[in-house]
Write a new protein. Structure first.
Length: 457
């Protein structure tokens, strides 16, 4: 990695723990001057003389004034997160004290780090590849077991391993073609075109399943948006409360009281569901405020990854339901049909069809089954196994380009086009693979990726 960014030589410092009062606050420094900077403020010992991976207790002093009693952790290059000299100062958790120590570090020659700059340095020093660095940001943002698991897997190089295997195969392919080119004068065909075709097809299959995993990846990373729709008084607010186990939405006997859309999240088996409560779908409403709500709810229904269609099982006819299901299917919306108020009716699934689920939102009957169905619909054949899941849109788009170039190679092989043209397409697919891991990159792209990190990471 030869790319050096502006400010690369600076020693950087930032608060690594959240701002505010805490038991301790950790300041982190990284760079060639990190030990010098802290040495000047820490009279107890010469940190240069201390071995790496050691802790040191003492006072931080500035111009004779003691700022804090701290613990210093020392990580000498290259055995540190960034690959540079890293010093961490654990101060007492007062924002005032932390600020004073931070200012002292800056006065002694460090500069405040930009968002993600520590991780960026780790990347530029070859400690992480780009997919691992991005997984660090994902892990920090992880809010469910599934997102934590995927991010950790990728930090440990799960995705990188798959990509480098793909890369190796492509390079092998490209070598075969280049060999043929070197001897083109002699009109020898070294690479058996059928073998080449099989190889490209195999690589295409792998890219294909990675691309497919993005749908699940999106679910893991962003959650699933769920719209609860149904006629007024079907029990939507009651269901929302039952799912959330809280009295968040307004429940009333007057049809159409839930006027505003409320968004709440729900974590079922590690999948994040974002529930959107909507105004009832009423086609003949004349109330102006109601109409705004309905317009919004129709839009939500189209935006939702999953629609829970809730109907009152005491008053809905199977024909009515059939029509709703047809509409949802025609619109290509993923849905569950949920019959409510089962406590008031002797209706069963046979009446409405196997597809439906009967619940009583008010008493909680069937809510657990509904939760399980929601997970099942989202995961379908996908499981959260050990497979690599593409969670990042940047990776997805690069993989798409890889796939397209490979498809062109395959077409080229079919048309028996010359090797030098094939080599061009292979190089293009290698280029896009390299973009994912960061072997091919530019300063703007890096700045964009790391700017999404928090300061201190
Ligand atoms: P929404 O207009 O669809 O949001 O419906 P609400 O949640 O406001 O419920 C309408 C009425 O149906 C309220 O009086 C609820 O108490 C009642 N309700 C909701 N779920 C059930 C249920 O499972 N059983 C019975 N018996 N009543 C219910």
């Amino acid at each position: 990695m030869s790319l050096k960014l502006s400010g690369w030589d600076d020693t950087i410092v930032a608060l690594a723990t959240p701002p505010g009062v805490g038991a301790i606050g950790v300041l982190r420094l990284s760079g060639a001057q990190a030990i010098d900077v802290v040495n000047g403020l820490f009279p107890a010992k010469d940190l240069h003389a201390q071995p790496s991976h050691t802790l040191h207790v003492g006072a931080i002093k500035k111009g004779g004034e003691v700022l804090d009693e701290v613990v210093i952790s020392l990580f000498k290059n290259p055995r540190s997160y960034t690959g540079e000299d890293v010093v961490e100062i654990s101060c007492h958790g007062s924002p005032y004290v932390q600020q004073r120590v931070l200012e002292a570090c800056i006065a002694a020659g460090a500069r405040l780090a930009k968002p993600g700059e520590f991780t960026q340095r780790a990347f530029l020093n070859g400690k992480l590849d780009l997919t691992q660095a991005e997984a660090v940001a994902d892990l920090i943002a992880a809010n469910t077991k599934a997102s934590q698991k995927t991010a950790l897997h990728n930090i440990r190089g799960g995705f990188s391993t798959v990509l480098s295997a793909l890369r190796e195969q492509l390079i092998r392919f490209s070598a075969l073609i280049e060999l043929e080119l070197d001897f083109s004068q002699e009109d020898i065909e070294f690479a058996d075109r059928t073998d080449l075709k099989n190889l490209v097809t195999a690589i295409l299959n792998q890219t294909g399943s990675l691309l497919q995993s993005f749908q699940l990846g999106n679910v893991i990373r962003n959650g699933v948006s769920v719209a609860i729709i149904g006629k007024p008084n079907a029990g939507k607010s009651t269901l929302l409360n039952a799912l959330l186990n809280e009295e968040r939405a307004i429940v009333s006997d007057i049809p159409g009281t839930t006027r505003d859309t409320i968004e709440e999240t729900l974590n079922i088996d590690g999948i994040l569901f974002r529930l959107i409560d909507t105004a009832g779908i009423r086609s003949h409403s004349v109330d102006a405020i109601e109409l705004v709500g309905i317009e919004r709810s129709l839009q939500k229904r189209r935006e939702a990854d999953l629609v829970l269609y809730l109907f009152d099982a005491t008053s809905t006819t199977p024909d009515e339901l059939l029509k709703v299901a047809d509409d949802l299917r025609t619109e290509g919306i993923r849905y569950l049909l949920v019959g409510n108020k089962a406590d008031l009716t002797s209706a069963n699934n046979l009446k409405f069809g196997q597809e439906t689920l009967l619940i009583a939102a008010k008493t909680g009957t069937g809510i657990d089954t509904l939760r399980q169905r929601m997970v099942a619909v989202v995961l379908q054949e996908n499981t959260l196994g050990e497979n690599v899941v593409v969670t990042n849109a940047r990776h997805y788009h690069a993989l798409k380009e890889v796939q397209q170039s490979l498809q062109e190679v395959l077409n080229g092989l079919d048309l028996n086009i010359p090797g030098d043209l094939l080599a061009l397409d292979i190089r293009r697919s290698l280029h896009y693979l390299g973009e994912i891991t960061g072997e091919v990159t530019n300063e703007d792209q890096l700045d964009f990726i790391f700017s999404k990190f928090c300061i201190g990471k």
